[in-house]
Design a protein around this ligand. Sequence first.
Ligand code: NDP
Length: 293
Amino acid sequence: MTAQILDGKGLANTIRQEIAVRATAFRERYSKSPKLVAVLVGDDPASQVYIRNKEIACQKAGISSEVLKLSAATTTQELLGILDRLNADPSVHGILVQLPLPDHLETRSVLDRILPAKDVDAFSPENVGLMSQGRPRFLPCTPHGVMQLLDRSGISIRGKEVVVVGRSDIVGKPLVSMCLQKSGPGGPSNANATVTCCHSQTPNLEEITRRADVLLVAIGKPNWITAQMVKPGAVVVDIGINRLEDRLVGDVDFESVCKVASAITPVPGGVGPLTIAMLLDNTLRAAEQQSER
Ligand code: NDP
């Protein structure tokens, strides 16, 4: 079997075009642009690339964006003061703080300070709580991208055995929560799965991953999931992005797994581009919600 390649890049372009149409309608209705402010502390090269990509994506979708570049010596108190100012500014609809922050900063307190209505990464306790109760204000960008990819590729997870490998707050846990809901972004077939979550303390990982009809992997270890860990015919979504010397690879060994899976995402060109598309979606939603009040 050779797996169908799930083209996240192409799908992200389609979603971004849809968002551009909505952004135009927003501007015409409210005579202002949706606006995202990204806060970047320090000069981590990978973070600079991510922020630049987000800025370009905003421009193309007709969403105004601003990047606040702060010195690596910024203190937690100074950063909290900046977030307070952005929270109070009615022209700013979405705020994100690029992670990771330098070690001396208190990441949790910083993220908690963003007003939930402007928290377009959906990391705040309020937004996580709303999502877990099945009434999301925003969905976290990467897991939302995964759900859109499955839904728009015609892959139902209803009643299927879904295995999520990884339990981080930004990818693994929200994916578990979204797959468990009674309805997803694409409706009931985009939810209602029977879900198992694995992590570094899970013994016999292979026994569990081999049960998966749909295997979602976010562990940050290059090519970790091999063909023998995958049930023949499974759908495999590789969320990992690992930088080797000369290229990017995922957490799934693409070469071997694409011979047993029925569908698989590539890295790059899989989930990554969808993450940015869903950030644009959240920014526009935030602007709509704040303007409709
Ligand atoms: P974290 O490091 O925060 O979490 C990794 C998770 O994987 C942890 O729960 C850890 O377990 C688990 N894990 C690690 N090793 C193993 C193993 N051998 N077997 C089973 N579980 C294991 O990473 P993130 O969730 O932030 O990111 C995961 C990957 O996804 C990374 O490659 C990252 O670059 C990528 N990513 C991609 C995005 C995109 O847009 N496509 C966006 C965000 C992340 P434990 O909890 O026990 O430590």
